[in-house]
Write a protein that binds this ligand. Sequence first.
Ligand code: ATP
Ligand code: MG
Length: 252
Amino acid sequence: MIQLKQVSKSFDEGCTYAVKDLSLRVNTGETLVLLGSSGCGKTTTLKMINRLIEPTEGCIEVGGEDILKQDPVVLRRRIGYVFQGIGLFPHMTVEQNVGLVPQISGEPIEKRNANAHQLLEMVGLHPETFANRFPAELSGGQQQRVGVARALAADPDYLLMDEPFGALDALSRELLQQELLDLKKKLEKTIVFVTHDIFEALLLSDRIAILHQGRLEQVGTKKDILSAPATPFVKDLFSKPARQLADFQEMT
Ligand SMILES: Nc1ncnc2c1ncn2[C@@H]1O[C@H](COP(=O)(O)OP(=O)(O)OP(=O)(O)O)[C@@H](O)[C@H]1O
Ligand SMILES: [Mg+2]
């Protein structure tokens, strides 16, 4: 379980807030989607969960314990992180990228590589073809798969995914979304998934948290949100796709 209690983050000593008074609970085994437009505080929130950014105020617990009381290295081993914009190391092969966290933990190379190959297989990349390639020798979608495999490498209980399919075309995106749904069933991880795409949020979430200008507008299941939007912002956000579709139909 992950719990945020009145968490705020200001990068300019309180003049403005990237995240303000955010209280949120991610239950064990659920996928919570953080949905919101550019700059609303999604990445800042994810980074605070694994201590890449320290909150200005408030408290975060992972597995029932305050993260400030946990060794950051141990904490990050329990939390897989898929970075926005992929973030693979260009001078390392696919195999080395996937085995990075286990390497830091001192796992022997044979075990690391065997595990990396298994994970590559799981995300649909044949290890014989891909293990020894460098990131520049992969397509964008293949790189994103490696990013997912790398986040899973230490078999973490938690997975933080920051717009992992953001750079993909619609078809590849749909394929990876389906694969994530399969992985979710198989692996039973607790996932926080960031996106600005409403359909992706509806497809992948158990619950959705909508952020706007650093504040939580609403959190709930898609049914809760669609049937009873809590604020005018949420109502407008979810009615937009239907309006756009109607506009197109009118044009044709
Ligand atoms: N290191 C930093 N220093 C100063 N301001 C920052 C820093 N990191 C983020 N911000 C600001 O905090 C706000 C939230 O940024 P954040 O990266 O969390 O947004 P986001 O929701 O992930 O956006 P996007 O969808 O574009 O990735 C933005 O206004 C951003 O400019
Ligand atoms: Mg971001």
